[in-house]
Design a protein around this ligand. Structure first.
Ligand code: BES
Ligand code: ZN
Ligand code: ZN
Length: 501
């Protein structure tokens, strides 16, 4: 599902003459909404749009749909107006959602192709990119294992229109970049969607290897033997309870004109293919969702897949530790003391706080491989859902300039992220009684922050950011622009961050 079967093309001919099952455009919530291109349509349709807006049927409220059949003056058989909210508040993020929501709206009505009309005065390349991202991510369905698909409903092609010949090159470029990013996001979502009986650490590593080969990236898969030789005791402690062996996936992107002393970005992602909690077992209710506990790793794999095609000027190393977290006769137990690859000893007070354990060794190993800047992504804590719900990604950083860069990339790509505090006082919570550190906080509350502090201990002086995506990597309900299930959140931000480094 990494290659989209949706045809996305650009057509600079006058939009009124485009033959399509529908022409889609958007309408702002403003006193006189029939302006610019809407006024053009209106005049050839004998004032139809002014009447619909005047009657209060189409208001421009965000994601309100108005479907008009057989509009006069257009070759398209339908006109779909999507509400875009206030013009002053309009952003690329809103355009992306409008594009996605329009695709899903028309798909559910058995439409197979449509044209999307960009409104007058839009910034060309960025908007074409947002449109491509919106369409391709919206077209992703999580019905892989359903033997009866959605009645075979499928969108085959979308044509972008409203661009002039002089805007064509910039728009084509934006479209191509958007395709790469969205297809990579769907690659991530496809991995996250896989159930844990299919996607074991070994299978994840195989899929990562295939992707890397296809993308022209260097790949090194560490099996359980090499993991043991390297003394990755924290990763092994989580894996010891499982019949499935762990893997450490390492993928490297090297730019063509790489300089020896240039910075290297490390993308580290938690990939627990199923988290039962281990001996500190989770309640049965909702446990099935823990197949998405590998979303951080899948996000990093998707990000480096996109970067391989976009060719930024900076070296990137992706490190993804993968294991199951299972109870059993060989599983680690609360109170066990483990020695991490760094040599730091860890008292495992709760076997369900396993993400930070595997990230400890992954972050240390990434540093050994030469990374100078780290970002990790993990479905790390339930506490981040309490703090930020399913709206914002929790951002934790050890270096404010590096963190600010990431926050700027999040803003630019329309992903909601919120920085959390990392005061030294929280570090006291994980001081060990019988070992160097303990894997859960002894204070009350602040569970996401103590989790972050634990990982930070292994990043040391290397500028480091941690993204807690436990609340945002999975949509419990479908959105108008996105299917229920994996979201692929943070990938766009990470790609932007590397590209703007
Ligand atoms: N994978 C979970 C975090 C999680 C919880 C992700 C809910 C998505 C939804 C993680 O391994 C975990 O179990 N964390 C514990 C930490 C606690 C024991 C300190 C948690 O959040 O309860
Ligand atoms: Zn856990
Ligand atoms: Zn977990």
């Amino acid at each position: 599902m990494d290659k989209t079967n949706l045809q996305l093309t650009l057509d600079t001919r006058p939009f009124a003459f485009l033959e399509a099952e529908a022409l889609v455009t958007y309408i702002f919530d403003e006193p006189d909404p029939i302006q610019g291109r809407l006024a053009e349509i209106d005049s050839s349709a004998n004032g139809l749009l002014k009447r619909i807006a005047g009657s209060g049927e189409a208001t421009g409220k965000t994601l309100e749909f108005t479907l008009i059949h057989a509009p006069g003056g257009l070759k398209a058989s339908r006109l779909l107006l999507v509400g875009a909210g206030k013009r002053e508040q309009f952003t690329g993020a809103i355009l992306r959602r409008i594009a996605g929501a329009a695709l899903r709206y028309l798909k559910s009505r058995s439409v197979k192709n449509f044209a999307f009309l960009i409104r007058e005065g839009a910034a060309i390349g960025d908007n074409a990119q947002a449109l491509a991202e919106g369409f391709i991510t919206a077209n992703f369905e999580t019905d892989k294992y359903k033997t009866e698909k959605k009645n075979g409903k499928e969108i085959h092609s979308v044509v972008l229109t409203g661009y002039s010949d002089s805007e064509k090159a910039a728009a084509e470029k934006g479209l191509a970049v958007g395709k790469v990013i969205a297809e990579s996001q769907n690659f991530t979502r496809d991995l996250v969607n896989e159930p844990s009986n299919v996607l074991t650490p070994r299978v994840l590593a195989e899929k990562a290897q295939v992707m890397a080969k296809e993308a022209g990236l260097a790949v090194d898969i560490l099996d359980e033997k090499r993991i043991a030789e390297l003394k990755m005791g924290a990763l092994l402690s989580v894996a010891q309870g499982s019949a499935e062996p762990p893997r450490m996936i390492v993928i490297t992107y090297t730019p063509t004109n790489a300089k020896p002393d240039a910075p290297v970005i490390g993308l580290v992602g938690k990939a627990v293919t199923f988290d039962t909690g281990g001996i500190s077992i989770k309640p049965a209710d909702g446990m099935e969702k823990m197949k998405y506990d590998m979303a951080g790793g899948a996000t990093m794999l998707g990000a480096i897949r996109a970067l391989a095609a976009l060719k930024p000027n900076v070296k990137v190393i992706c490190v993804v530790p993968s294991t199951e977290n299972m109870p059993g006769g060989k599983a680690q137990k609360p109170g066990d003391i483990q020695t991490s690859m760094s040599g730091k000893t860890i008292e495992v007070l709760n076997t369900d706080a396993e993400g930070r354990l595997i990230l400890a060794d992954a972050v240390h190993y990434a540093k050994q491989l030469g990374v100078t800047h780290i970002v990790d992504a993990a479905t790390l804590t339930g506490a981040i859902v309490v703090a930020l719900a399913n709206i914002n990604v929790g951002v934790f950083g050890s270096d404010q300039p590096w963190t600010d860069k990431l926050l700027a990339s999040a803003k630019a790509t329309g992903e909601k992220m919120w920085q959390m505090p990392m005061d030294d006082e929280y570090r006291e919570f994980i001081k060990g009684s019988f070992a160097d550190i303990q894997n859960i906080g002894s204070g009350k509350g602040g569970g996401s922050i103590t989790g972050a502090w634990f990982i930070r201990e292994f990043a040391g002086d290397t500028p480091w950011i941690h993204l807690d995506i436990a609340g945002t990597a999975w949509n419990d309900d479908a959105k108008p622009w996105l299917a229920k299930g994996p979201t692929g959140v943070a990938l766009r931000t990470l790609v932007h961050l590397v590209q703007s480094f």
